[in-house]
Design a protein around this ligand. Structure first.
Ligand SMILES: *[C@@H]1O[C@H](CO)[C@@H](O)[C@H](O)[C@H]1NC(C)=O
Ligand SMILES: *[C@@H]1O[C@H](CO)[C@@H](O)[C@H](O)[C@H]1NC(C)=O
Ligand SMILES: *[C@@H]1O[C@H](CO)[C@@H](O)[C@H](O)[C@H]1NC(C)=O
Ligand SMILES: *[C@@H]1O[C@H](CO)[C@@H](O)[C@H](O)[C@H]1NC(C)=O
Length: 300
């Protein structure tokens, strides 16, 4: 109970919860460095395909006529080159073990929706490297991962702040996501993969959707398949290195979103209302974006 009280106090004082960190420790024997690097490469292939596809489709003029700075096209080209370099680096490190690119589908239709998805993907990349760091044993790979992570964070900040005119960060800490949570987010864009790719020890959860009315303090109805779960379910909102929880009403799957959430928040449905992790996640991950101005005030 002590930690619950502390979490409540911390929530009141800091605006973020000090509840336990999101990613669960796993049996580390199952996850060696080859697996972590291939997991990272899975994401880098996805990002690489995302930028190369969009930039083959949209010209500088398309960006300008969508109301974005014309030079942003060149910056996105640079970001795409970084992702290609990450693919090359990880592929070289993995040698014959390297996972190969899949086929993908990305739901953008114009430069604006491309930029919005870019912000989401870069944020997921940051949370993926942050959450996976604990599994890397080689100091050289850990250093390389830190170097990639900070670059992805620069991408995320630039897209959010300059292109999407939103807050360039969510707070003092980024969310460390578990491997299954990250894979659940990535899997939504993957349509098929080479059958020769290594099978990674990750799974995608059933999807979780929030209505467009989702906002801090709002009562909303969630859409998800609860499978075999019969007990009380909670929505966990991963924010910073902690999480906030809200009980889901079993009769109509409604939940009240905690009122002090800001920035990018990752939400899951979980059976554990104090210590959510991949191991007790029922559905997710939903990406919620509660943008705020330079006075910390939520934007409508
Ligand atoms: C492939 O992965 C296995 C298992 O981790 C490792 O023993 C082997 O050295 C790796 N091969 C290459 C070329 O990296
Ligand atoms: C990707 O899609 C193409 C066209 O449908 C198909 O020929 C190819 O086998 C797919 N590749 C993978 C890796 O699934
Ligand atoms: C539900 O439980 C059964 C029996 O334990 C299991 O075979 C099945 O995979 C479960 N389904 C889901 C969605 O978890
Ligand atoms: C939630 O997870 C924690 C840590 O694993 C555990 O101690 C606690 O019993 C769990 N609560 C429920 C309701 O399962």
């Amino acid at each position: 109970m002590k930690s619950a009280v502390f979490a409540t106090l911390a929530t009141a004082i800091l605006g973020v919860s000090a509840a336990p960190a999101a990613p669960a420790k796993r049996a580390t024997s199952a996850i060696d460095d080859t697996t972590v690097l291939n997991f990272a490469l899975t994401l880098e292939h996805l990002e690489n395909a995302f930028y190369s596809g969009a930039l083959a489709k949209f010209s500088e003029a398309d960006f300008a006529s969508a109301g974005m700075p014309a030079y942003s096209h060149g910056r996105f080209v640079e970001i795409g080159q970084h992702e290609a370099a990450h693919v090359k680096f990880l592929s070289a490190a993995l040698g014959a073990n390297a996972t190969q690119p899949c086929n993908y589908t990305f739901p953008y239709t114009d430069p604006k929706s491309f930029a919005a998805l870019s912000m989401t993907l870069e944020g997921v990349g940051v949370s993926a490297y942050t959450g996976a760091a604990q599994y890397i044993t080689s100091k050289a790979y850990l250093t390389a991962a830190a170097s990639v992570l900070s670059t992805e964070a620069r991408h995320a900040s630039w897209v959010a702040g300059v292109v999407d005119k939103q807050a360039p960060w969510s707070g003092p800490f980024d969310v460390p996501l578990g491997l299954d949570s990250v894979y659940s987010l990535a899997a939504a864009f993957i349509t098929s993969c080479p059958s020769s790719n290594p099978v990674l020890p990750v799974k995608a959860f059933p999807t979780l959707a929030f209505p467009a009315s989702a906002a801090p303090g709002a009562k909303v109805t969630l859409t998800f398949d609860q499978g075999n779960s019969t007990g009380t379910l909670y929505a966990a909102f991963y924010t910073g290195t902690g999480a906030e929880y809200a009980k889901i009403d079993a009769s109509d799957k409604s939940v009240t979103i905690p009122k002090d959430l800001v920035g990018t928040v990752y939400a899951v449905v979980t059976t554990n209302g104090t210590m959510s992790a991949d191991t007790n996640t029922v559905a997710g991950v939903a990406v919620l974006d509660f943008s705020f101005d330079s006075n910390g005030k939520l934007l409508a």
